[in-house]
Design a protein around this ligand. Structure first.
Ligand code: ADP
Ligand code: MG
Length: 247
């Protein structure tokens, strides 16, 4: 079962040496809503996910879940990094990748239980990739790779899902499968955070938007966030799309 606890991001700032990537971000992110993190290239979207999970150090602030640092509870989190950050030459099959999602639930002797195999097989089937089980991951298309990583996340059975640009460079069918699964997870009470920089029509899938440009521009229900003023503050003159939907 999922808990109903929110993630509380409190005054989070992150710098890479001289570059200040995130400034003073405060957010309360609740489960049961599909939450999109939007902003232009370099806005700090990936940095926000990584800093929330403690994968990079923050300069100040905290990220709490059940009143404890989220980074101490990564067994409750599935994180799928941006595709460009994954080493695709790694000699793993589709099945290997999905079973990696079960490592934390594996016993002392590193034996995968029958349950783990069943959960992994169901996850692979859910994303429509069961026929590719023995295929090296590097030989798949972008959309297929994204599905496999989604299956790995599902196999983990976490409370919190974090996806970094899962929709970048994928086919239409994969996009539909991915959103269908996101909506199911949200309906099941999971906390689902999705980075997306493209303000295209897929934005309509999101319940809440976090609009970022180094600092927090706006956060809330999609329609409230999508104002011309907010979009201008986040994207500057680069906004063409979605302005039609903006108030
Ligand atoms: P986004 O995901 O929104 O495109 P990032 O979080 O990747 O943005 O980057 C935010 C800012 O931090 C950018 O200015 C980027 O150049 C900088 N940055 C990201 N990663 C590093 C790094 N490892 N070292 C130095 N600067 C970085
Ligand atoms: Mg990024």
């Amino acid at each position: 079962m999922s808990s109903n606890a929110p993630i509380a991001v409190n005054r989070l700032s992150v710098s890479y040496r001289a570059v200040e990537a995130l400034r003073d971000i405060s957010l309360v992110i609740r489960p049961g809503r599909l939450v999109g993190i939007f902003g232009p290239n370099g806005a700090g979207k990936s940095t926000l996910l990584k800093a929330m999970l403690g994968l990079i150090p923050n300069t100040s602030g905290s990220v709490l879940y059940h009143n404890k640092p989220l980074m101490q509870q990564l067994d409750k989190v599935a994180y799928v990094p941006q595709r460009s950050q994954i080493d695709w030459s790694y000699p793993a099959t589709v099945w290997d990748v999905v079973m990696m999602g079960r490592v934390q639930k594996t016993d002392w002797f590193r034996r995968f239980s029958t349950t783990s195999r069943r959960v992994a097989a169901a996850a692979l089937e859910r994303v429509g990739m069961e026929k590719y089980r023995d295929r090296p991951i590097g030989q798949l298309s972008g959309g297929q790779q994204q599905r496999v990583f989604l299956a790995r996340a599902l196999a983990q059975e976490p409370e919190i899902f974090c996806f970094d640009e899962p929709l970048a460079g994928i086919d239409q069918k994969t996009q539909e499968v991915i959103f269908e699964i996101f909506h199911e997870l949200v309906a099941a009470g999971k906390l689902v955070l999705v980075v997306n920089h493209d303000l295209g029509e897929t934005i309509a899938h999101f319940d809440d938007l976090i609009l970022l440009n180094q600092s927090l521009v706006a956060y809330g229900p999609r329609r409230q966030v999508l104002t011309k003023e907010n979009l201008y503050r986040a994207y500057g003159g680069r906004v063409m799309f979605a302005a039609g939907e903006a108030a």
